[in-house]
Write a protein that binds this ligand. Structure first.
Ligand code: 9UX
Length: 68
């Protein structure tokens, strides 16, 4: 298990936070996802055998937000 912090751009309200959180929790291997509006970050704990930062970023982007 590892934890990564990803910058998420474009979240402007708590609904956005919920969307990003749901997108991340829907990825197989994600154990915990904490998304913070003010700092524009997602802190994600996941199983490296099942997913990767690249896949997490792709899920965020599919939900309509940008990552960096
Ligand atoms: Mo809030 Mo985010 O109404 O796309 S959900 S701005």
């Amino acid at each position: 298990m590892t934890t990564a912090t990803i910058t998420v751009k474009g979240m402007t309200c708590s609904g956005c936070v919920n969307s990003v959180t749901k997108a991340l929790k829907g990825v197989a291997g994600v154990e915990e996802a904490r998304v913070d509006l003010q700092s524009q970050t997602a802190t994600v704990t996941f199983d490296e055998a099942k997913t990767s930062v690249a896949e997490l970023k792709a899920a965020i982007e599919e939900a309509g937000y940008e990552t960096e």
